[in-house]
Design a protein around this ligand. Structure first.
Ligand SMILES: Nc1ncnc2c1ncn2[C@@H]1O[C@H](COP(=O)(O)OP(=O)(O)O)[C@@H](O)[C@H]1O
Ligand SMILES: [Mg+2]
Length: 208
């Protein structure tokens, strides 16, 4: 059983985008996917509500704090985490072998917020369990100075930068229709699908 947490208290960093894309990817791989929407804004739930019935199915739990997450029917659980990460609650649902992906934008405020979050994770004791944590640079514009600042920041954290995803309307348009780039004709989204490969490799490499 795989649990993947997409987390970072900073709003707008890409949690829902990455959580829904991952759910769509695994659903297209034929996995039983459970998407757990922890956010009060219910963006993942809205997205799934607009997903066409012909698409690879995804199950949803619109979670309040203490939802029973694992009913045994899913083999991949993707958690779209809320802005406020309740460390005590997370310590209850996170298990050895789970993965945490932290989307981060390359702006000074986002980098600072990410640092605070990672420090909170260390303090919570979550890092002492056998979980894998990686960062995903989202909406990245590699030529900008702040992308370099982000790279330096990640280097100091000693956490892997798993992937960089570019800023593209492909995600926005797909999400508007309840889709992911993995539901679209590959020729239209090849550049983006390629950027996801290191994420899949990292998830697989850290699978127990
Ligand atoms: N790689 C990307 N390229 C373009 N737009 C993006 C990308 N990632 C996220 N967005 C957009 O940024 C906004 C915030 O993303 P979202 O996933 O909702 O963040 P969060 O769930 O962390 O608040 C949304 O409008 C989303 O469509
Ligand atoms: Mg969200």
């Amino acid at each position: 059983m795989n649990q993947i947490f997409i987390a970072n208290p900073k709003g707008g960093c890409g949690k829902t985008t990455i959580a829904t894309q991952l759910a769509g990817y695994f659903a297209n791989q034929g996995r039983g996917v459970l998407l757990v929407d922890h956010d009060a804004q219910r963006s993942s739930s809205d997205w799934l509500g607009s997903r066409p019935a012909v698409c690879a199915p995804i199950n949803l739990v619109a979670s309040s704090v203490d939802v029973p997450v694992d009913d045994g029917s899913a083999d991949t659980i993707v958690h779209d985490m809320p802005a406020a990460w309740d460390m005590d609650h997370v310590a209850d649902i996170i298990r050895d072998g789970d993965k945490v992906l932290i989307p981060v934008l390359s702006s000074p405020t986002d980098i600072k917020a990410c640092l605070r979050f990672v420090m909170g994770l260390y303090r919570s004791g979550v890092m002492e369990s056998n979980i894998s944590i990686g960062l995903v640079a989202n909406r990245s514009r590699m030529k900008t100075r702040y992308f370099q600042v982000l790279l330096e920041f990640v280097g100091r954290l000693e956490l892997p930068l798993v992937a960089s995803l570019r800023d593209t309307q492909n995600y926005v348009k797909a999400m508007d229709r309840g889709l992911t780039i993995f539901d679209l004709p590959p020729s239209r989204v090849a550049a983006d699908v390629e950027q996801w490969q290191p994420i899949f490799e990292w998830l697989q490499a850290t699978e127990h």
